[in-house]
Design a protein around this ligand. Structure first.
Ligand code: HPA
Length: 232
């Protein structure tokens, strides 16, 4: 069995999939952290790998950028490949001064400016949230690793280059940061009755001008990866 977007056969993908946006990052992570790595997808270069981490089978696959892209891949993983957990590992733009570059954001909920949830024809608005069990494990691991982390709401936007500053009202409502995928991922998880979580590192800030060293970047990115791998 394959789909128009994923050439994997059923059984080639683990129950838990980590999803960075960039497929080359999926390749790098699989080659760096997993043993016995097999590639299961190369369609559209949206590379996907399965291997083992400390004896557990885990897959890592790119999601692409934005809700339409992660919407397709995560839907297929949940519905056609029997995947139970998807952990997005990505980056975000910080909305608050407390969020320093490279801090980790453990996403509890996602707001959106998109129409993604209109497909469900709900008589109101849908609050897209991460799975509490995965979230709790991520928080415990972040504490254990003593990495700076924040837990809360983010804005999942369809727009990276906003025409003008439209973030203020989301900031007022307490959103910590902006990214472009989690709302769709959490909707797909809810619709499938499965689990999802997003871990982000702050890659830029809408309110602070800051710089970090390559070493600092590497350190928190590695911590985020290890948290995702250990939850899986
Ligand atoms: N906006 C949206 N997505 C992002 C950003 C941003 O500023 N930074 C990293 N991902």
């Amino acid at each position: 069995m394959s789909t128009p977007h994923n050439q994997a056969n059923k059984g080639e993908i683990a129950k838990t999939v980590l999803m960075p946006g960039d497929p080359l990052r999926a390749k790098y992570l699989a080659e760096t952290y997993l043993e016995n790595v097999r590639v299961f997808n190369t369609t559209r270069n949206m590379l996907g790998y399965t291997g083992t981490y400390k004896g557990k089978e885990i897959s890592i696959m790119g999601s692409g950028m934005g809700m339409p892209s992660i919407g397709i891949y995560s839907y297929e993983l949940y519905h056609f490949y029997d995947v139970d957990n998807i952990i997005r590992i990505g980056s975000c733009g910080g909305f608050k001064e407390e969020l320093h570059l490279r801090d980790i954001v453990i996403v509890q909920g996602a707001c959106t400016d998109s129409n993604y949830a209109h497909q469900y024809e709900l008589p109101g608005t849908f609050s897209a949230i991460s799975d509490y069990g995965l979230l709790e494990k991520a928080v415990a691991l972040a504490k254990e690793k003593k990495v700076p982390y924040h837990v809360g709401n983010v804005l999942t936007s369809d727009i990276f280059y906003h025409a003008d500053d439209k973030a203020d009202k989301w900031i007022k409502m307490g959103c910590l940061a902006t990214e472009m995928e989690s709302y769709a991922l959490f909707c797909n998880a809810a619709y499938a009755g499965k689990k999802a979580l997003t871990l982000l590192t702050v890659s830029d800030s809408l309110v602070m001008k800051e710089e970090t060293t390559a070493e600092e970047r590497e350190k928190t990115f590695t911590a985020m990866m290890e948290i995702a791998l250990e939850i899986a």
